[in-house]
Design a protein around this ligand. Structure first.
Ligand code: ATP
Ligand code: MG
Length: 156
């Protein structure tokens, strides 16, 4: 039955044009029976590590400096997530947002399983946007490890 195939969607975003393009498909999926959307963004720990590196020069407490940067990055992500939430709600969808720190693919797959979603929607590319590669590494690892959960990869 179509309704059950798409009832609950996990939409993963790195806030790039490729992911934003995939969001259009999430909205369109409502016509195929989507009721609920879980939106996830994973703050990559490598990005965070690179950012907190400057803290070694901090005259204050290094730990405090790191915490402040982490808080700022999370707050920025949450703000962007709120915009996506409102956009989806405008289209009559029920929305939950999730922000995690770590490796994107593993957090996306874990959340998909925990939330019991019907399908995962991603862009085929993200930040790196290397045109030569068929799909990005996050996309590839999600497809590889999502086991029984279908994955919709949206190309630009
Ligand atoms: N940190 C993230 N949090 C949530 N979703 C993400 C994240 N990174 C990527 N995605 C999702 O995966 C899609 C593909 O991005 P991916 O990172 O695989 O490509 P890339 O950045 O071009 O390549 P790579 O990361 O391998 O250098 C994005 O459009 C987005 O939907
Ligand atoms: Mg990427």
């Amino acid at each position: 039955m179509v309704i059950d195939m798409f009832r609950k969607v996990l939409f993963a975003t790195d806030f790039t044009p490729s992911a934003t393009n995939a969001l259009r498909y999430v909205i369109k999926l409502k016509e195929a029976g989507t009721e609920e959307v879980v939106v996830i963004h994973v703050v990559e720990n490598v990005t965070l590590e690179a950012m907190v590196e400057s803290c070694i020069w901090s005259k204050e407490d290094v730990k405090k400096c790191e915490e402040e940067i982490e808080e700022k990055v999370i707050a920025q992500a949450k703000k962007k997530m709120q915009g996506i939430k409102e956009e989806l709600e405008k289209h009559g969808l029920k929305v939950k947002t999730v922000v995690k720190i770590g490796k994107p693919a593993i957090n996306i797959v874990d959340t998909a399983k925990k939330e019991g979603v019907s399908i995962i929607v991603l862009g085929s590319h993200g930040k790196s946007r290397t045109e030569e590669v068929l799909i990005g590494s996050v996309a590839e690892n999600v497809v590889r490890h999502a086991s029984h959960i279908p994955v919709l990869l949206v190309r630009e």
